[in-house]
Design a protein around this ligand. Structure first.
Ligand SMILES: [Zn+2]
Length: 122
């Protein structure tokens, strides 16, 4: 297993993706709660959550595009429409780029979804 060349960048990428997931969950929870009572305070929380989510997504874009797999020169956290490599498939819920993000976030080795090469992001 080799170490990922831009390990700091992919770790920031993973942290921003997880933060976006949390904000999305907060937003969706706010939407569900607003079905029961939608007062002014609830609208502010929803607006804050969606604004923060959009900000994180915009901030993540250059970080995601700023690193590539040294073996295949593709981006491990950008999946596209091509099928992922067989070695990068998992059967525990998360799959594809989200599995890469979760493994990097948890300081575990990850596999490039395009070529299947395993890396460490430490
Ligand atoms: Zn690769």
């Amino acid at each position: 297993m080799q170490s990922y060349p831009k390990s700091r960048l992919i770790r920031i990428d993973a942290w921003l993706a997880v933060l976006a997931w949390v904000l999305l969950l907060l937003f969706m929870t706010g939407v569900v709660l607003s079905w029961t009572s939608f007062e002014l305070q609830g609208k502010r929380v929803l607006a804050w959550a969606i604004g923060a989510l959009l900000l994180v997504v915009v901030l993540r874009l250059p970080v995601t595009l700023g690193h590539r797999c040294p073996v295949c020169q593709k981006r491990p956290t950008v999946q596209g429409f091509a099928p992922i490599h067989n070695l990068a498939k998992y059967d525990k819920g998360l799959d594809g780029w989200s599995r890469v993000v979760w493994n990097v976030f948890k300081n575990r080795p990850f596999r490039c979804i395009h070529c299947g090469e395993q890396f460490s992001a430490e």
